[in-house]
Structure formats: structure tokens, C-alpha cells
Design a protein around this ligand. Structure first.
Ligand code: ZN
Ligand code: ZN
Length: 379
């Protein structure tokens, strides 16, 4: 592992920032203390600071030559409830505390090199990554404009990759994450008079089975797709035929075309089956996060930089996951990469486990990577 003196000199500050965020976790769009801390640190370092973007988002800016590239680095800010039934279980169990500390570490380094920066740099601290649409809100509020961002970079500390390793490749690396809600509409009646009613439970059962045919019969086996039905509810009595059933599920894939195709198939299957039995179906397909698709050109550069840090044998050049990340919204607008920084130590706890923790080693590798990217594109 090769960590530069620039980064090693920032080790104490890096861990101090991380410990602060870790001790003060806040849920999405409620990251007020976090936001204040970041704004203060960026101001002290001499950044031009924009606050309250999409509620609690912060952007630090160093303006350079307008003819040179504008490079953006992004960290997410929110913690999660590790027990949905316990409001006191808020924790940084996804490592966003590490992301923010690393980005502040980069801010520190850029301040030291301010006079050598050739372009413009935007450090974007984004709220509400955990399924709340923070990235899209930040884009709506203009973080990619004035000046226009040319390339964007993010990292994620990742429990499924060993500490000391880096996962990076071009193309899709994280899946899209969409949701669908189907309401099957029938007609209630007495259980002993089935011919006088339209049984929504019977129809829903046919729909659930038929939806499994999308992956197995309609999509090429070469594609990676998940269609999972995760909730079904309806009916209330022993002897009343059910009038309405609600089905909820998720679809995940690496390809936007497949996504659109699956959404159409879900609608067609649900409505056709329901109508064939005399009922009807209303389908709401919610396009939430597109897949994280790394730009090939930048991924080649990040791979080289990663090899310099952890050695070629520790760079996983094909790592992909079906998890989602809303950094993908930025990638829909501009080229960029998301890199996985391995943080799986001897004590393995997966992402979102209350005991999830990121060690100093992974923090240093993450900061070294961000600093290397900044040096490559800006200095
Ligand atoms: Zn997460
Ligand atoms: Zn995360």
C-alpha cells in the first residue's frame, strides 16, 4: 500500500472528522449539524461555500481558469435507522461518515495546493442518498451548473470488498432500483356465492406467478435482472371474497432499456390477467435510481491510479453489485465513476448492520484515491 506524505499528514484530521460524523448521525434531509460542521470546515479552509442546497446539502468551490475543466467530487451525508421500529437506532451504518471525512480531507489537500489548481473544483456534500432522492434534488438546484461540471467522482467504502482492495471497472457497477405497486380490483361478495363476485386474491395469485415469467421468458439470459414481489395484502374476513389486493415489488437491472421493457411487461401482464377474469389492475411503476454506469475512459484512469495505491493484484477489475446508489443521477448528465474502497476487516459486518465500521486503513486508501484523481485532473 502506498500512501503519500500529503495524505499521511492529514491522518489525524481525517479521523477526527470521521469520528465527529460517526458520533452525530442524522437521517436524510435532516443533516443539520452535519451540514453546519461541513460549511464551517470548508469556510475555514478558504472555500467559497454554498449552503442549504436541497435542504441540507453543501457545496465547496475553488474557482480556477474558466477554460480548464470543472471537476466534481461527491460525498453523501445521511445515516440510517438500523432498526426501523426504533427511532434511536440512527447510525452511520453505510459509511457515509467516512465519505464526508475523506472529502473534507481532499478539501484540506486542495487548499494546500490552491495555487497549482488549473481548473475549477466542486466538492458536493449531498443529503438523502438512502432512497430519498438527494442527488436528483441537488441537480435540480443547479450543482452541475455555473460553472458546468465536466466530470464527477465518488467512492463508496464497501463491506463486500476486503480492506486493502479497490473495486473499479467501466460500465454498469450498481443496479437500477425501481419500485412497483399493483392494485388488483375485483368485486366483493359472499364466499359461498363465488359466481356473484370477482375474487381479487385469485387474480393476484395468477399475476404473481405470471410476473416470474418476465425474467425467465422475456429477457435475454445474458442480461441481469431481478423482479421480486415483496409484499401482498388484501381481504379481511373468513367468508367475504376480497375486492382489492395490493402487490408491492422491486425491479433491479444494469440496463435502462431493460428497465423500460420490464416496466411495460409488468403493466401488460397485470392488466391483461385482471381483465381476463373480469377485474382490473392499476399499476404504478416508479423509476427511482438508474444503474450506476461508470464511464469507460475515466475508469481506465482510476484503475491505473488504484494500482499505484494498492498494487495491481489488489484492484478488482470486475466488481459489480445489485445494490443501488443515487450517484447514478449525476452520471446520467456527465461522465464519472464510482469506486469501491474495500473495508471488510477481520470483524465482518455488512453494510447497514449496526456494527458496520470503517477502519483507518480504508479511510487512508479512499483519501489517497481522491487526492490522486484531483492531482491527475486538476493539478
Ligand atoms: Zn446504504
Ligand atoms: Zn451508502
Amino acid at each position: 500500500m502506498r500512501i503519500s506524505d500529503d495524505v499521511l499528514n492529514l491522518k489525524d484530521t481525517l479521523m477526527m472528522d470521521k469520528n465527529y460524523f460517526n458520533a452525530n448521525p442524522e437521517l436524510g434531509f435532516l443533516e443539520y449539524k452535519t451540514s453546519n460542521y461541513i460549511s464551517k470546515r470548508l469556510s475555514e479552509l478558504g472555500f467559497e461555500v454554498r449552503e442549504n442546497i436541497a435542504q441540507t446539502g453543501v457545496m465547496g468551490l475553488i474557482r480556477g481558469d474558466a477554460n480548464k475543466p470543472c471537476i466534481m467530487f461527491r460525498a453523501d451525508m445521511d445515516a440510517i435507522l438500523t432498526d426501523p421500529d426504533d427511532p434511536n437506532s440512527i447510525k452511520h451504518a453505510c459509511g457515509h461518515d467516512a465519505h464526508m471525512a475523506i472529502l473534507l480531507g481532499l478539501a484540506n489537500l486542495l487548499t494546500q495546493k490552491k495555487n497549482s489548481i488549473k481548473g475549477t473544483v466542486k466538492l458536493v456534500f449531498q443529503p438523502g442518498e438512502e432512497g430519498l432522492g438527494g442527488a436528483a434534488s441537488m441537480i435540480d438546484q443547479g450543482v452541475l451548473e455555473h460553472p458546468t461540471v465536466d466530470k464527477a467522482f465518488a467512492l463508496h467504502v464497501w463491506s463486500e470488498v476486503e480492506e486493502g482492495k479497490i473495486g473499479i471497472c467501466g460500465g454498469p457497477v450498481m443496479a437500477s432500483g425501481d419500485e412497483f405497486l399493483i392494485e388488483i380490483l375485483g368485486k366483493a361478495g359472499h364466499a359461498a356465492l363465488p359466481e356473484k363476485s370477482i375474487d381479487a386474491i385469485f387474480i393476484a395469485s395468477q399475476v404473481v406467478v405470471a410476473l416470474q415469467s418476465i425474467v425467465s421468458r422475456n429477457v435475454s439470459p445474458i442480461e441481469t435482472v431481478v423482479v421480486s414481489i415483496c409484499s401482498i395484502s388484501g381481504g379481511c374476513n373468513f367468508n367475504t371474497i376480497c375486492e382489492k389486493v395490493t402487490i408491492k415489488g422491486t425491479c433491479r437491472t444494469y440496463d435502462n432499456e431493460v428497465r423500460r421493457f420490464v416496466s411495460e411487461r409488468i403493466k401488460h401482464i397485470a392488466v391483461s390477467i385482471a381483465r381476463s377474469f373480469g377485474g382490473d389492475a392499476v399499476v404504478e411503476y416508479i423509476f427511482k435510481h438508474p444503474p450506476v454506469i461508470n464511464s469507460q475512459e475515466e475508469a481506465i484512469q482510476i484503475t491505473k491510479l488504484s494500482e499505484q495505491i494498492v498494487g495491481s493484484e489488489n484492484v478488482i477489475k470486475s466488481y459489480r453489485t445489485m445494490c443501488t446508489e443515487d450517484f447514478s443521477h449525476f452520471q446520467q448528465k456527465i461522465p464519472g465513476t464510482l469506486t469501491f474502497i474495500g473495508c471488510q476487516s477481520d470483524k465482518y459486518y455488512p453494510q447497514h448492520n449496526p456494527n458496520f465500521y470503517v477502519n483507518e486503513k480504508a479511510m487512508l486508501i479512499g483519501l489517497e484515491l481522491f487526492c490522486s484523481i484531483a492531482k491527475k485532473y486538476l493539478i
